[in-house]
Design a protein around this ligand. Sequence first.
Ligand SMILES: Nc1ncnc2c1ncn2[C@@H]1O[C@H](COP(=O)(O)OP(=O)(O)OP(=O)(O)O)[C@@H](O)[C@H]1O
Length: 212
Amino acid sequence: MLFALRHVTFAYRRGAAPVLHDFSQDFPAGLTILRGPSGGGKSTLLKLLAGYLAPAAGTVTTRHGRAPDAAFQRHDVGFVFQQFNLLPGVSLQRNLELAGLIGGVPPAVLAARVQHWLDRMGLQPWSATRVEQLSGGQIQRAALARALVKAPAVLLLDEPTSGLDDTNTALIAALARDWLAAGNSVIVSTHDPRLPATLGDATALTLELPAA
Ligand SMILES: Nc1ncnc2c1ncn2[C@@H]1O[C@H](COP(=O)(O)OP(=O)(O)OP(=O)(O)O)[C@@H](O)[C@H]1O
């Protein structure tokens, strides 16, 4: 099992209505698609899986049999946030290099790995560009490239294609498909009706989160 959640309750503030209440769910390896209304808790759930948020009650267990910790975040998880969280003021290439270094990619293979993802994402012309000068679509592809540089076993994607045109959506779907085909796992939250079809994995688990 990739993740097991047991009786998870989470609220952003003490006393506030919980986003998740007594939520239990197994996440098998492979593809999981999180759907549900805006504000339903998809991003929150992804952050609980990665260990960026901790439940107030209940447990999140990774395939290592432990709660997700800093080592798990560094080595096992590639997270594409809705806000992308690229490091401003430095180049796209440097963003990818830093992510690889933090993720434990051996320096000997790092440069080639970074070039591979810049090429694959069609971002090579902007490798020296500071990220705040990229377009929205370029930033979205850059965030995915940055998540993939460290070759994470689990890719957590939060609305990775929102606002993207069909070409860029197809590019991101193809990447996710390849990542799955290589034996890795992808958990994706999405409203995008194009995405489940283009991911084309009949074994996908689809979770519908209820309205908050
Ligand atoms: N940092 C935060 N502090 C307080 N409340 C938050 C925070 N982040 C999210 N929330 C609230 O938690 C609830 C769930 O939000 P979440 O972002 O997980 O939903 P979502 O399903 O990902 O929504 P969307 O599809 O619009 O991205 C919402 O009511 C939201 O307002």
